[in-house]
Design a protein. Sequence first.
Length: 403
Amino acid sequence: MSSAKVTNDIYSVGILNPNMRVFDIVMTTDYGTSYNSYLVKGNEKVALIEACHKTYFKQYLENIKEVIDPAKIDYVVLNHNEPDHTGSLAELMDYLPNATILISQAGSIYLKNITNRKDLKVQVVKNGETIDLGGKTMEFITAPFLHWPDSMFTWVKEDGTLFSCDFLGAHYCEPYTFDYNIAYPEKYESALKGYFDAIFAPFKSYVRAGLEKIKDLPIERVCSSHGPILTKGVRLEFVIEEYKLWSAAPQKEKMTIPVFYTSAYGNTRKIAKAIQKGILQAQPDAVVETYDIIKHDMGALAQLLNECDGFALGSPTINGEAVPPLWMLLAHVDVINNKKKPVLVFGSYGWSGEAVPNLIARVTGLKMAPFGEGYKVCFVPTEEDLEKAVELGRSFGETVTLR
Ligand code: FEO
């Protein structure tokens, strides 16, 4: 993509990557993405908002040059520091000898290790601070955890334009810059939801705070870091309403305490059922279901884990370790919102039983609250073993409260 005019004084100079199918190793992207970057021209000074992925630096620089001599850029605004936007920065700054980087306090710390350069001119900006470009004002609005600690928005009131970082964006690539040109709306909406789920779902309270911060701004357009520019009367209102819906605080009446497990020979399953029975004795009104992990969709299980009030986790020991599906499930834990969540770990083993202590170590690392030393049974549980599992489930269930 070459440059495109957004308003008389704002230009899009970012890059399209229609072929990307995986982002950050774990996120599938069926419709590619764009790394959006914008030039804002005042009467006196010029700002570049966001940079670009390192891979596309050459074309990115050409896009900038279509609009302005890079040496005339006065500021580079980094709304956050993830390398899909800052990967090219160290190289870019060689072409911008007169530019000062504007960044949040947290971002200034990350910047050093992302660029490995000590010669950059950096100015930390605070929430509400403004910089005048000459008839064009940039106001910085801190937006922590949307989705990085250093995230912020940049608001240019004269153009009614909000540069929203990743917020309200989507990994979606069509070549025509604006939302009114989207040719495949259903695919865009699917990408928008997938992006929210992967990037912002762990930060719903911060999403609500971010929406609150921008609700009174007279926004004409949102220029996010990925996907089409959202314009008033086209898709801007729709996307904001979707974010409100998706980030709403859950209204829960009942506790949910799932029992996740998998079982090679049915022994860990027997313990799972006994623990379920014990939890229900302690919490008869709670929703307590057992889930053999390999028989369910991992995404659905992960959502259940992240939204529940406590859970039990059972694995046999195979090859001196818990089995891979358990690790896969724990890889989906939302660390921010699961702090101190009660977890009871259990499992049957044959030789040495490492699964239970290893899983306890992992959930401890995830800042959860494992219940005691867990429960492990050698080979086939006896009736007495199962009675102990019921007792343990009951004791564990008594510790769980509505979150
Ligand atoms: Fe698009 Fe958080 O980087």
